[in-house]
Design a protein around this ligand. Structure first.
Ligand SMILES: [Zn+2]
Length: 87
């Protein structure tokens, strides 16, 4: 009975999150096993992570630099305001 149910289906676990991935085609199942592919959500988060890394590598200092500048300006205004109120 079980055998019959899985006759045209294959499934394997995602190597990343252990989620069971179902395959309806034997060739895609075989390819997935061969490539050790992860499930859809893991593949998506992997891609997102890669994109983030690429973005960071593209401009490693700019973002930090900008943050520091805006923080510095904000702090300057705060200090100025504070000293004005105090005096
Ligand atoms: Zn997964």
């Amino acid at each position: 009975m079980r055998k019959r149910h899985w006759k045209n289906r294959k499934n394997r676990k995602c190597p990343d999150c252990s989620k069971v991935i179902y395959y309806t085609r034997k060739d895609s199942f075989d390819r997935a096993v061969g490539n050790n592919t992860v499930c859809k959500s893991c593949a998506q988060s992997d891609r997102k992570l890669a994109m983030d890394t690429i973005e960071k590598m593209k401009q490693p200092k700019t973002i930090e630099h900008k943050k520091k500048i805006s923080y510095g300006v904000q702090k300057w205004w705060d200090d100025k305001r504070e000293s004005e109120w105090l005096s």
